[in-house]
Design a protein around this ligand. Structure first.
Ligand SMILES: [Ca+2]
Length: 498
């Protein structure tokens, strides 16, 4: 049976996602992963530099005067800096699942890291929604979507979505996996070889993981310089454990703290990332690929409370205040993005999937829902996108006491969030569900509203001051929750003791 006949015979009985998987798989077989050298290499190479746990102000180009990132800053100056760029979540795995699929969390069920029921049960008012700790293999990832466009792709570093052969980078469509499995921090708890990482052969004793991943990236460029490539450069740095090379720690040992940033070892971790970025650019220059390579720079959640300061943003990794979700970001796209530009339009990690597809000239996989929007128009100078708002859904508990959190026991309790224009609203499900919803909204303490344009630190809750704006955003948020069937925790926890 030919493909058309097969599709026709299946159309009535095969679920859309299964059908699109089949079409995608067929595309892979037909291309046979053959090396096709493009005449003139029309579509750019894509290097996505993804730092773990890096805070909004943890780089020079975002204003840090403590950390030193000359290579990253130089690259940022050659591209467009996004000042309102968001991760889809305040911790690692969910942002990664959203980025790799281009979908909000309710579509894949990865809401948090590990259990959604963190902390003491007696402190939790609701039974949280169960969490998926791995990304199911039926989801089409960005690497799978790039295959029909003849991109070779590599994941280097942290994966955190499951293990190969099925759920790791190879199982999810990458051609190369260096060091990525189910773990969210360096295997064996160490940044130095021997790594004890099943996906990364040990180097010489004492070799530093960030340096090694850069070495592997350079090899990948050499091996694939004649075809379009996608590198998901997903550093384990600068996640805990906070470990760095002694000579670099010494560089920061006597440096005066600045704006609350004062950890020499963390600064040295960032320094190693920066040196790696410099080596990547030198290699792309040497191979004469730099002019046809797009560089993205991004992080997966806000800065960690034990290592840095996100000032003036409120909160840290794990909270849904800006310090937990706003990220340093730039895009360098030679010949398209005007160097030295800045964009304040809110963007979010689900946007990278359609953006990269558009850059690569790849088609949206058949039947695939993409929740994000391509930011290519912004990169070309437009100042708005089509959507009305962006959303977060976190039906889980994250324990811990950090400055800026809403209470002392949890970095966050179950929450829904919307940002529209300069306004941001947080809907806390415990109060919303248990204390009366709309009926008692003026007193139930379920909703916080902030005017980010005038209150970037989220100090002034306007929920009962601008009720029209509150209700407008809350209605949009609830409409979105309904449209995507976002599961809201509603069941009271019998263990709760108050
Ligand atoms: Ca992270």
């Amino acid at each position: 049976m030919d493909r058309r006949g097969f599709l026709k015979s299946c159309a009535g009985i095969v679920a859309v996602s299964a059908l699109s998987d089949w079409v995608l798989a067929e595309g892979v077989v037909l291309s046979n992963r053959a090396v096709k050298v493009r005449i003139g290499n029309k579509h750019p190479n894509i290097v996505f530099i993804f730092i773990d746990d890096m805070g909004w102000r943890d780089v020079g180009f975002m204003g840090s005067t403590y950390y030193e990132t000359p290579n990253i800053d130089k690259l940022a100056s050659q591209g467009m800096v996004f000042t309102n760029a968001y991760a889809n979540a305040a911790n690692c795995a969910p942002t990664r699942a959203c980025l790799l699929t281009g979908q909000y969390s309710p579509r894949h069920g990865v809401y948090t890291v590990g259990s959604s029921a963190r902390g003491s049960s007696s402190d939790r008012k609701l039974i949280p929604i169960a969490n998926d700790t791995t990304l199911d293999s039926h989801h089409i990832t960005i690497a799978e979507a790039l295959r029909p466009a003849d991109y070779v792709s590599a994941s280097m570093g942290k994966w955190h979505m499951g293990d190969d052969p099925e759920l790791g980078p190879i199982g999810q469509g990458f051609d190369v996996n260096i060091g990525g499995g189910s773990k969210g921090s360096p295997y064996g708890g160490r940044y130095f070889s021997p790594y004890k990482n099943p996906y990364l052969p040990d180097g010489p004793d004492g070799e530093y993981l960030t340096d090694r991943l850069t070495d592997e990236a350079l090899k990948f460029f050499e091996a694939n310089k004649d075809r379009p490539f996608f590198l998901y450069m997903t550093h384990y740095a600068v996640h805990t454990p906070i470990q760095a090379k002694a000579d670099l720690i010494a560089k920061y040992q006597d440096k005066p703290p600045s704006n609350g940033q004062d950890n020499p070892t963390y600064a040295a971790m960032i320094d190693s990332v920066d040196q790696g970025v410099g080596r990547i650019m030198d290699k792309l220059d040497e191979l004469k690929l730099a002019d046809n390579t797009v560089i993205f720079f991004f992080s997966d959640n806000g800065g960690y409370a034990g290592a840095t300061s996100n000032y003036p943003l409120r909160g840290f990794k794990g909270t849904f205040y800006e310090g937990g979700i706003r990220e340093p970001m730039f895009v360098k796209w030679p010949g398209v993005v005007k160097p030295g530009t800045m964009c304040g339009t809110p963007v979010i990690s689900i946007d990278f999937f359609p953006t990269i597809l558009e850059m690569a000239g790849a088609k949206k996989p058949l039947g695939k829902t993409l929740d994000g929007e391509s930011i290519v128009p912004l990169l070309k100078g437009q100042t708005t996108l089509n959507r009305e708002a962006i959303f977060w859904h976190f039906p889980a508990y994250l324990q811990g006491n950090v400055a800026g959190a809403r209470d002392s026991k949890f970095r966050t309790r179950p929450v829904g969030v919307i940002r529209k224009g300069g306004w941001k609203l947080l809907q806390f499900f415990e109060e919303w569900v248990l204390d009366g919803g709309w009926g008692t909204i003026d007193t139930n303490n379920a909703v916080e509203l902030y005017d980010l344009n005038n209150d970037i630190s989220e100090t002034n809750n306007l929920a009962n001051v601008n009720k029209a704006k509150r209700d407008e955003l809350l209605n949009l948020l609830i409409d979105w929750q309904n449209s995507i069937a976002a599961p809201i925790p509603t069941q009271p926890n019998p263990d709760y003791t108050g």
